[in-house]
Ligand binder design. Structure first.
Ligand code: DX5
Ligand code: ZN
Length: 221
């Protein structure tokens, strides 16, 4: 599958967001990734529904909204989810996962299930038929700038095998966390095809978004 890039807006320059979005349009970003946090499922807060809506008015790049909140079903309506969006909810965050994924599908968006580094793959086995993508957290969620949890590389590989063996060849694997130029190549080799690009790549210090995008594309070709 052709690889896609999803720059993580929590790592953008929040005081020059318009300028960064312009650059992300120029490099042909496939999605804009929003981390939505609640201070409970993860120990941090970041972006919220008003910013998501404002960015949606500003650009045609599809949105990739990653809910790192407890009971995301309580908050979905705040986000004005649209056709073409990719919406991830964590298997650890809700009791009625199947219902929630179907609700996201009914809104016209692509549902994805996310899992933390410590969550085993069998936890998502029953919903593989309900999703367009699986988001593999490659760091513990909540903060940018963390180091890769190495065991997740093998997990990506096993997930690709599991999806293929069940006939889900079109289901994508998204990776999120320390997707550096170096790690991205390893993740690609393991079977990932959507890359959340944060402080480790697209927004790396000392490099423009254009330069970083070229370098990232090289490593995930
Ligand atoms: C984790 C976040 C991070 C971030 C990506 O909760 O989702 O993955 O946006 O950026 P870096 O490259 O800093 O891990
Ligand atoms: Zn994320």
């Amino acid at each position: 599958m052709k690889s896609k890039i999803a720059p993580s807006l929590m790592c953008a320059n929040l005081l020059h967001l318009d300028r960064d979005i312009q650059a992300l349009e120029e490099i042909g970003a496939d999605y804009l990734h929003f981390d939505i946090m609640d201070g409970s499922f993860v120990p941090n807060f970041t972006l919220g529904p008003d910013l998501v809506k404002a960015v949606r008015r500003r650009t045609n790049i599809p949105l990739d909204i990653h809910f790192m909140v407890n009971s995301p079903e309580r908050h979905l309506d705040l986000f004005d989810i649209q056709k073409g969006d990719l919406i991830s909810v964590h298997v650890e965050s809700t009791v009625h996962l199947n219902r929630l994924l179907n609700r996201i599908r009914a809104l016209g968006a692509s549902p994805a299930v996310a899992l933390n580094p410590a969550t085993p793959l069998f936890a998502i086995e029953e919903v593989l038929g309900d999703v367009d993508a699986v988001l593999v957290m490659t760091v513990n969620p909540g903060f940018a700038g963390q180091k890769l949890v190495e065991s997740t590389l093998g997990k990506i590989k096993r997930l690709r095998e599991m999806l293929d063996s069940k006939g889900y060849w079109e289901t994508r694997i998204e990776v999120d966390g320390n997707v550096s130029f170096e790690n991205a190549a390893k993740m690609r080799a393991a079977g990932a095809d959507i890359f959340v690009a944060g402080s480790s790549s697209i927004f790396a210090k000392g490099m423009s978004i254009h330069e970083a995008a070229m370098k990232l594309r090289e490593s995930i070709r």
